[in-house]
Design a protein around this ligand. Structure first.
Ligand code: ATP
Length: 486
């Protein structure tokens, strides 16, 4: 190495400008003397001039942050490290930045310069994660260094293809039917279709047909005139279909819509008008319909549980989202995405160990992306370790790995549903009391309920039959299926 080159200022400048850590230098009064390129990119749309014409006191005055590191360095006359929360006034985004400031001194002991390095929490998390995986030669996970640019993670070829198809058909007004198991991202895709449509500036009205009691669904969708029925508001009410005028109406779990209401929906679609309950006037309405179902509507239609004319009307473009276990390439990117998301939300610093990643890859994820997201949130919140290893995570955190409790409650469920377990056997059940943090009366009862519904579903096949056998409302069965990722 040429020693002369090392002394050249351009050489140092080039290093400072090409590092992917924010660097800046202040004088003792908090005026900026230097900012590197990476630092300018930490907050949205900030140029070098923005900082060079400003100072820490000015930025504080403008409300960018309250307590900076600069004052602490002045006070202590020594290096300081802090995690700062900065509100970017212009983009309204909150950033968490690790800031280290170190002073240099004049001969008289006064501060000459303060040299800062700044790194965003996400960046730091990603670097540590990449480092850990690299140590274990996990070179496959190259995605760890890639910041997610959208809130839809789709790395598997299947999901990528699906997004391309959806983006194309979204530009038309064709009805799209999204079919996929619970928690696989049907609503996420519906929002994506709306964002990519010509109606993106209009409203996106999402209605979960399973969570609104059957008796209310009709008046919620169609709206009503004052005094239309006992208990109706005296003002009357605009229906959700009307609220979607100019935009998109997303009917989630349309499979749980009662047959009578299906007929009324078909009429709205065919006449492009909506008639509030108790009104004689049909109002013209202009909306695009997206529907989702976690059951095969064609089969339901064949068995007379769904109107086939409505099925053909709403499924001009059918989209099938595969379960997460059939698109394993999405598991790691989703896990990293949500790890960053929850680390930021809870101000934590966590990385996934290689072993935990392998466990996640071999797990079935019956609750799909929702289960994975909940799993990551739980481990971020509850684990005290930085490096998340399998053995530090309670077994119950991955659904399928609590054989003891599952076995016991499975026996109870079988007893009630099939009578295949003798009374003696039932009495001999040793309840799996445990001191684990996650174990409680509520946890155990939920496991029982889950097993009961799961067994009933495998025995009686349709949610409607399960509702009948267990004497529950159908919407309640759907709610529980969602809750337990069944
Ligand atoms: N590709 C994805 N990228 C990022 N997050 C996702 C993705 N798919 C799903 N999620 C997240 O998983 C959760 C469940 O997704 P969503 O509600 O869209 O599933 P769903 O199939 O509509 O579920 P349900 O059958 O219960 O209605 C949401 O929190 C969503 O943000």
């Amino acid at each position: 190495m040429n020693v002369g080159a090392l002394m050249d200022n351009n050489f140092y400048l080039e290093i400072l400008e090409h590092t992917n850590i924010g660097i800046f230098v202040l004088d003792g009064n908090g005026n900026y003397l230097y900012v590197n390129d990476h630092y300018c990119g930490l907050l949205a749309n900030k140029t070098r001039e923005f900082y060079m014409n400003s100072s820490i006191p000015k930025l504080k005055e403008q409300g960018y942050f309250k307590n900076g590191v600069w004052e602490q360095v002045l006070r202590k006359n020594a290096p300081v490290v802090a995690l700062l929360t900065i509100t970017d006034k212009d983009s309204n985004q909150i950033h968490q930045l690790f800031v280290s400031g170190a002073p240099t001194f004049n001969n008289d002991g006064s501060i000459k310069y303060i040299f800062f390095i700044v790194e965003s929490m996400e960046n730091l998390n990603q670097r540590v994660q990449a480092g850990i995986l690299n140590t274990h030669n996990c070179t496959d996970f190259s995605l760890v260094t890639k910041a997610p640019t959208t809130d839809i993670i789709a790395e598997s070829p299947m999901m990528k293809e699906l997004l391309v198809l959806l983006a194309n058909v979204s530009k038309t007004d064709a009805s799209i039917l999204i079919v996929g198991p619970t928690g696989s991202g049907k609503e996420v895709l519906a929002e994506y279709a709306h964002r990519n449509s010509l109606r993106s500036k209009g409203p996106f009205i999402s209605v979960d047909c399973a969570s609104i009691p059957e008796t209310l669904l009709e008046s919620e969708l169609l709206g009503y005139e004052k005094g239309a029925f006992t208990g109706a508001s005296t003002q009357g009410k605009m229906g959700l279909i009307e609220s979607a005028n100019g935009g998109t109406l997303f009917l989630d779990e349309i499979n749980s819509m009662p047959l009578g209401l299906q007929g009324k929906l078909l009429r709205v679609l065919e006449t492009r008008t909506v008639k509030r309950l108790g009104s004689l006037n049909a109002k013209p309405i202009d909306f695009r319909l997206l529907c989702a179902s976690n059951e095969n509507l064609e089969t339901l239609a064949r068995n007379g549980n769904f109107r086939s004319d409505l099925y053909y009307r709403i499924s001009v473009v059918p989209i099938h989202i595969p379960p997460l276990r059939e698109r394993k390439e999405d598991i790691v990117p989703l896990a990293f995405f949500y790890l960053q998301y929850f680390c930021k939300k809870y101000t934590r610093m966590k990385v996934l160990s290689e072993e935990l990643i392998n466990t996640m890859l071999s797990y079935d994820w019956p609750g799909n992306v929702r289960e994975l997201k909940n799993f990551i949130e739980r481990i971020v919140v509850t684990s005290s370790d930085t490096d998340l290893q399998v053995e530090t995570i309670p077994k119950s955190f991955l659904q399928g790995t609590i054989p003891d409790t599952d076995l016991q409650v499975e026996t109870v469920a079988k007893f009630f549903l099939q009578g295949t377990v003798g009374k003696n056997e039932l009495e001999q059940i040793r309840l799996p009391f445990s001191h684990e943090d996650t174990f409680s009366h509520r946890f155990y009862m939920e496991q029982c309920e889950k097993q009961l519904i799961q067994h009933a579903l495998s025995q009686f096949k349709t949610p409607a039959k399960v509702a009948e056998i267990l004497k529950l409302d159908l919407s309640n069965v759907y709610r529980k299926m969602r809750k337990y990722n069944l």
